[in-house]
Ligand binder design. Structure first.
Ligand code: SOE
Length: 396
């Protein structure tokens, strides 16, 4: 039986959500909702996306919609996702889960009570070789991880005439680069290692402190926006360097920036263990580097025949037929719908699928980074107020 989906927030990423569900073959695109009926109608036509709703509440009231994809700007995530859960809809939300840690917590708590699927699109988990790396670390193929490092670098905000709503704290949240892309790296590092970031020391910087505001809201990767001549002061970070400590004792570091010429979507993750290393690069996603101390290093090219069974399920083409971003995105969406069809119980959740719990956890990590920088670059713990408290041992 087909499931009906509706999407709220028809911006840059919306087309990829629709593309992913189309590729599943058993999901009906019922319609989309935006902020203005006229532009939403135009967009619905462009995307061949069914009805245009004047308001997201109308979409939520439509019984044909069982799954809501929330691709609104960050400041609307809470409102739309909460309303969708309350309307009994499964929710697939764009990352970060919400604009603040408090809102993310509220969403996570609401999702936990709801018996509905709750997914946050940390889509880089959907790459077959990311799953291969995760399986190899879990199988102890590289021994105990001791160092987890990498970067997420982009250049689409290099020009001071480039602008995005992400830079406005009222729309994007207090953090810009960390919330937008650092969040992906942190999620990926925890997913691949199975370890949790427990403390951070962050140095944040705004390389471009004044930008020319656009006439209309600019899209990510769109280059310089249309000229308006209006200057706008930027307070959120476009560059960050962070030291990390993980709960398994591993140390780490990550650099994140969106004003770094030449780097398009350069996410890299390396894990060094006591017995070996592995490294993966988003822009070369069909290769996994395996490092050794006592023999020659290797490169595992994505080949279903050579991969761990769990990871193989994420590879759809034979070796030599590259799979990339849209395929990984589709894998996450496919897992989301598989979970919905399996009843959305905790037990039925596909291992690789990121939920609101992961989104909330991620917001705690980014929040600790902001606190660390505000404290002048001091170590800050990543505290989870919802974690069950351990019974305190009596002395004596
Ligand atoms: C812009 O930086 C952006 O589109 C992010 O918002 C996405 O999450 C990332 O996958 C690619 O870059």
């Amino acid at each position: 039986m087909s499931l009906g989906m509706g999407l709220v927030g028809p911006g840059f990423i919306a087309a990829h959500h629709l593309d992913a569900v189309r590729r599943l073959g058993d999901v009906d695109i019922v319609g989309i909702a935006g902020s203005r009926l006229e532009s939403t109608t135009k967009r619905a036509r462009e995307l061949n996306a069914g009805k245009a709703y004047a308001d997201y509440r109308e979409l939520l009231a439509d019984p044909a919609v069982q799954v809501v994809h929330n691709t609104t700007p960050n400041h609307l995530h809470r409102e739309v996702s909460l309303a969708a859960l309350r309307a009994g809809k499964h929710v697939i939300s764009d990352k970060p889960l919400a604009a603040t840690m408090q809102e993310a917590r509220e969403l996570y708590e609401a999702a936990r009570e709801a018996n509905l699927a709750h997914v946050v699109t940390f889509n880089y988990r959907g790459y077959p070789l990311v799953q291969q790396a995760r399986a190899m670390v879990a199988d102890k193929a590289i021994g105990k991880p001791v160092f987890v490092h990498g970067c997420y670098l982009q250049d689409w905000l290099t020009d001071e005439r480039a602008y995005s709503w992400r830079l406005d704290p009222r729309l994007g949240g207090a953090s810009s680069a960390l919330g937008d892309i650092g969040s992906h790296w942190c999620d990926l590092s925890e997913h691949v290692t199975g370890a949790r970031i427990t403390a951070v020391l962050a140095d944040l910087h705004t390389v471009v402190p004044v930008r020319e505001a656009p006439d209309a809201s600019a899209k990510a990767f769109s280059g310089s926006a249309t000229r308006s001549g209006k200057r706008r002061k930027i307070t959120s970070e476009d560059l960050a360097s962070v030291l990390l400590r993980f709960d398994n004792g591993a140390r780490g570091c990550v650099t994140v920036g969106q004003v770094l010429p030449g780097h398009k979507n350069d996410l890299r993750l390396e894990v060094n263990g006591r017995e070996g290393s592995l490294a993966w690069r988003q822009e070369q996603p069909n290769e996994l580097w395996l490092g050794h101390h006592d023999k020659a290093n290797q490169v595992l090219t994505r080949d279903p025949a050579l991969m761990e069974p769990g990871a193989r399920a994420y590879a759809h083409l034979p070796a030599g037929h590259p799979e990339a971003w849209a395929d990984a995105f589709r894998n996450v969406i496919a897992d989301a719908y598989a979970w919905i069809r399996a009843g959305a119980t905790a037990k039925a959740k596909p291992l690789a699928l990121p939920t609101f719990a992961d989104g909330y956890r991620n917001s705690l990590v980014v929040d600790a980074m902001l606190r660390s920088h505000a404290a002048g670059g001091a170590w800050q713990p990543v505290e989870d107020p919802l974690a069950p408290t351990r019974p305190t041992r009596k002395r004596g």
